[in-house]
Write a protein of this length. Structure first.
Length: 293
């Protein structure tokens, strides 16, 4: 009985120590975060200029942003030639704890799709994008597929199954301690969230197979069209592009999903290159080849 009591007390002590360490680490991490009230876009903002808050470009290799939703949003802004300024930060939105988010005319708006809807209404853009009812439905379906199915397959790959490899292409410019901590936190968070979503309960091979089938579905629907819904780029293309480049362009990580693009879906490879060429002529300038040491 006495031994059991000692074990319980020992366990409580260990937990208490871990909580203290986590508190100290949290304070240390917070000390590296920006105070948003001092970031441009919160004060002295320019009217009708979109202040796009996203992860710093320097924290990623081979893509202009490690967030697919930031690339989606930035692509959409470029498509519609809206004035924007990238505010590089690790701070999430105060309202929804999301990144990217924008400051626009002094108002904070989070969630990439809600940002697009808000700006479309403000600037009087056609919310149907000139599409038939059937294509609007297909556009929504493929956006949900890429953002709520395909994304999990490579999130699990890079954050959970191969989180040590991920340091080759993503690092916080704050030293090895915070880099290691961030990877462990991402691994635990994505592992928990993916299991909650259901997909994380499968084996790695089953998860990657889901991602491969998602790419094949996109390829079949795209066919020989210029964009998913025809000759004109629409928001679904921005969403698909933002997700696909995370595996197609990051060559340092041997994503099995990329193998499907390269070996089975040449039209998807051409589609990615088309969007890069038309809307990201500065892609090479904004990205860094190679790996972090």
């Amino acid at each position: 009985m006495f031994e059991i009591v000692l074990e319980v007390i020992g366990g409580i002590v260990v937990i208490a120590v871990l909580l203290v360490i986590l508190l100290l680490v949290s304070l240390k991490v917070q000390s590296y975060m920006y105070d948003l009230k001092k970031v441009e876009g919160y004060r002295n903002y320019e009217k009708d200029l979109v202040y796009l808050h996203a992860f710093p470009r320097a924290s990623a290799k081979q893509v202009p942003n490690i967030s697919p939703f930031a690339i989606k949003l930035e692509t959409w802004l470029r498509v519609h030639k809206l004035k924007y300024k990238l505010v590089e930060t690790y701070k999430f939105s105060t309202k929804k704890s999301q990144i990217p988010f924008i400051m626009f005319n002094g108002e904070e708006i989070a969630d990439s799709q809600m940002i697009i809807q808000y700006l479309s209404k403000y600037f009087g853009l056609d919310d149907t994008e000139g599409l038939s009812a059937e294509l609007q439905a297909a556009s929504r379906a493929f956006r949900i597929l890429i953002e709520n199915s395909f994304s999990w397959t490579y999130f699990c790959y890079r954050y959970v199954h191969h989180y040590l490899l991920f340091k080759k292409v993503h690092q916080l410019p704050r030293g090895p301690f915070l880099n290691t901590l961030s990877r462990l936190m991402l691994k635990m968070g994505i592992n928990s969230n993916s299991r909650g979503a259901g997909i994380g309960r499968h084996t790695p091979q089953e998860i990657y197979a889901i991602g491969a089938d998602d790419i094949r579905a996109i390829s079949k629907f795209l066919g020989d069209k210029k964009y998913l819904c025809g000759d004109k780029i629409t928001v679904v293309d921005c969403a698909v592009f933002g997700q696909l480049v995370q595996v197609s362009e990051v060559k340092s990580l041997p994503y099995p999903q990329r193998d499907v693009i390269e070996s089975e879906c040449p039209n998807v490879r051409t589609y990615i290159d088309r969007i890069k060429g038309e809307f990201w002529p500065d892609w090479t300038m904004l990205t860094s080849d190679g790996e972090f040491e």
